[in-house]
Design a protein around this ligand. Structure first.
Ligand SMILES: [Zn+2]
Length: 102
């Protein structure tokens, strides 16, 4: 039985994702556009890259999401996905987190 080509494609996408994040900081939405994959797949790849680069010097840094209504910053958030609403003012007008490698 031929094996799925997906693992190979995943590696290619993650390599491109790394290259993009070495050049500039990007949000998941921007990465989705650049890579041509859905935003939720971007999060899955980001989590994989975050796991696989921990321990090396090649580390993903997260610019935390911020509430545009009251200025609350989601500093303690470790997951790369965007939060739904602000715990301080309950509004959902949020700047999404941005990512950068290195
Ligand atoms: Zn708020």
């Amino acid at each position: 039985m031929p094996v799925s080509r997906l693992p190979e494609l995943d590696r290619t996408v993650r390599q491109r994702l790394r290259d993009l994040l070495r050049r500039e900081e990007l949000t998941a939405m921007e990465l989705s556009r650049e890579l041509g994959i859905p935003e939720k797949e971007v999060y899955a790849h980001l989590e994989h890259v975050m796991r696989s680069t921990s321990g090396s010097g090649d580390k993903i840094r997260i610019w935390p999401s911020e509430c545009l209504a009251c200025g609350y910053v989601f500093r303690d958030r470790r997951r790369p996905s965007r939060p739904g609403r602000c715990p301080a003012c309950r509004k959902s007008h949020l700047r999404p987190p941005a990512f950068r490698l290195g």
